[in-house]
Design a protein around this ligand. Structure first.
Ligand code: HEM
Length: 497
């Protein structure tokens, strides 16, 4: 008899625990949907009740697409999880990422979104403290000025020359342009950061450092998610030795090349020239801060520009009349290829519109960059948001919303050239480089690279998309960046008389 009684006791305790848990979840969900400070904001009840739906779509790589669906259904402000709002209004940019006069402070970066620190020391991209961030940024911004860019032009040009040479050598067969655009952008940023390139163009191969940063992406997104539940130490403990070894090799390499660059005395106008002069001084940046700065900087500076170049190639090769107009502009604006430089490309009005339209329809940073409201709350685009809530503008959904654009799914450069059909477009909602004190430091360089490379590419080749790459842009998963399949293009060299 005793074991039966014991079994009953265990069973009733277990069912008691289950009932209490279910009751707790129900009460919590009820509170979140109807009484939570964000409950007045629209969104699906399940998303308001729990973080799981948004976490599920995030890990599936489709959260920007899902966010657009929700904005289409619920309007310009949507509740994505119990404590999170998404905005697609142009005024939200300044209020979330800037320092609006009414507040005069920045909103803090959500520290649980991506894990970017190295043993607790943050780099430029992840630093939560505004004054530390400003100090680091002052030490680096020198290398990103207009003046620095002019001085860097010979370095940039040497890589563009090598890219064009390599593409000519490989033009007998279709090439994967995603790969080649990654090669050149990583080589340029590697050179301007570490004083030596990754030699991707030279060897026609991906350097292991570049490869491992791509592998690292999914981990970064998952770890960010887990960190909000305090689970990172447990996951790190169980992480397979092989992954830990790869991460370690990557870190060791970064430290070694960084050390080498900082020990080299050079007058090259690169990103670290001022940082080197003031290294480890109170107004300067420390070596430990540079380690977690340089990895994300190289990634942020190369993958984004390569994405934009891949996107523009796709849209041009699938829109023959736009491509013809662009070809006409580039091939008549210059007498020789040598005339194409970072100043002369700024006069190519149609090309600039083509690039603006690509930045809208295929923004290289499609993920949201989350910020947290201050404890007292703040106004965002005319809406009061209570304290400690996560807020963001998701570029991909803002740029594809009919609330902001006429025919948002159509690739139409003319919308940036004053075409009357698009007079109601909300162009200011397109902020591919973000705004405010933490906006993109590499904006000038990115524009110079994309304009120069596109103009030289179109000058040299007639581009034809391979059948198998039709629809390339559809259904790309987003893990912070797009996980892009190969984009196969036949490059037919232009024959000039
Ligand atoms: C098409 C090209 C590019 C796009 C669309 C882009 C986009 C962005 C965006 C949206 C941010 C803000 C991220 C946030 O709020 O957390 C950002 C920051 C940043 N970008 Fe870019 N970027 C591009 C190219 C570059 C280049 C070429 C570099 C450097 C060589 C660069 C380096 C950085 C750095 C270091 C930051 C962090 C700035 C800070 O926290 O102060 N990016 N970028």
């Amino acid at each position: 008899m005793a074991p039966v009684a014991e079994n009953w006791t265990i069973l009733s305790v277990a069912s008691g625990i289950v009932c209490c848990t279910v009751l707790y979840i129900l009460i919590l969900s009820f509170y979140r949907i109807y009484f939570h400070p964000l409950s007045k904001y629209p969104g699906p009840a399940l998303w308001a009740a729990s973080r799981f739906p948004s976490a599920y779509y995030l890990t599936k790589g489709v959260i920007p697409y899902k966010t657009l669906e929700l904005h289409n259904r619920y309007g310009p402000v949507v509740r994505l999880s119990p404590n999170e709002l998404s905005f697609i209004l142009d005024a939200a940019w300044q209020d979330i990422y800037g320092k609006p006069a009414a507040r005069n402070t920045q909103l803090m970066k959500d520290q649980n979104q991506f894990l970017t620190h190295e043993n607790g020391v943050h780099g430029l991209l992840g630093e939560p403290d505004d004054s530390k961030h400003a100090r680091m940024r002052r030490n680096l911004s020198h290398g990103f000025s207009e003046k620095a860019l002019r001085d860097q032009e010979p370095i940039i040009k040497s890589y563009v020359d090598l890219l064009i040479q390599r593409l000519h050598e490989n033009s007998k067969e279709p090439v994967d342009v995603v790969k080649w655009f990654n090669f050149i952008t990583f080589d340029i940023i590697g050179d301007l950061t570490f004083g030596e390139s990754f030699e991707c163009l030279k060897t026609s191969q991906v350097h292991f450092w570049v490869q491992s940063i791509f592998l690292h992406l999914k981990n970064l997104v998952f770890m960010g998610l887990l960190s909000s539940y305090g689970l990172v130490p447990i996951v790190l403990f169980f992480l397979p030795q092989s992954i830990k070894a790869k991460e370690q090799r990557h870190k060791d390499f970064t430290k070694a090349v960084l050390k080498k660059r900082l020990e080299t005395s050079t007058s090259r106008p690169d990103f670290l020239s001022l940082a080197q002069k003031q290294l480890n001084q109170p107004q300067g940046i420390t070596f430990d801060e540079l380690v977690p700065t340089t990895g994300p900087l190289i990634f942020a500076g190369s993958e984004t520009t390569a994405t934009l170049l891949s996107g523009v190639t796709y849209y041009l090769t699938t829109h023959p009349s736009i491509y013809a107009k662009l070809t006409e502009e580039i091939r008549t604006a210059f007498k020789t290829e040598d005339e194409i430089n970072i100043v002369s490309v700024n006069n190519l009005t149609y090309m600039l519109a083509v690039l603006s339209e690509t930045l809208r329809i295929y923004p290289p940073a499609p993920a949201s960059f989350n910020r947290v409201t201050p404890p007292e709350g703040c106004m965002v685009a005319g809406h009061f948001v209570p304290g400690n809530a996560i807020v963001a503008v998701n570029q991909w959904s803002a740029n594809h919303s009919t609330l902001n654009f006429t025919r948002p799914w159509d690739f139409v450069p003319e919308r940036w050239l004053g075409d009357a059909e698009f007079k109601d477009d909300k162009g200011k909602v397109v902020q591919p480089f973000s705004v405010g004190p933490r906006n993109c430091i590499g904006r000038n360089l990115a524009f110079a690279e994309m304009r120069l490379i596109l103009a030289r590419l179109v000058w040299n080749f007639d581009l034809v998309l391979e059948e198998k790459s039709k629809g390339w842009v559809e259904n790309q998963d987003v893990m912070m960046v797009y996980l892009k399949p190969p984009l196969m293009v036949k490059l037919n060299p232009v024959v000039r008389g």
